[in-house]
Design a protein. Structure first.
Length: 69
């Protein structure tokens, strides 16, 4: 995907909703939400691994909780 200075790359945290099918299935196979420290380390690793041919896009956090209807 060709991203550049005019684009925005968003990071979003996993939001688990108790009682939902996804949350139950994820727990059943050992998937869990990351701790704040784990999320920060993961984001650093992803950012460090990104390569762009020109000016990089902006990187921001998207809080999905603000957009749940």
């Amino acid at each position: 995907m060709r991203l550049g200075a005019g684009d925005i790359l968003y990071f979003s945290d996993l939001v688990e909703l108790p009682g939902t099918t996804y949350t139950a299935l994820a727990a059943g196979v050992g998937i869990r939400a990351l701790t704040p420290a784990e999320r920060a380390a993961q984001r650093r690793a992803i950012r460090d691994g990104l390569r762009f041919g020109g000016p990089p896009p902006k990187i921001s956090t998207y809080n999905v909780r603000e957009f749940v209807y």
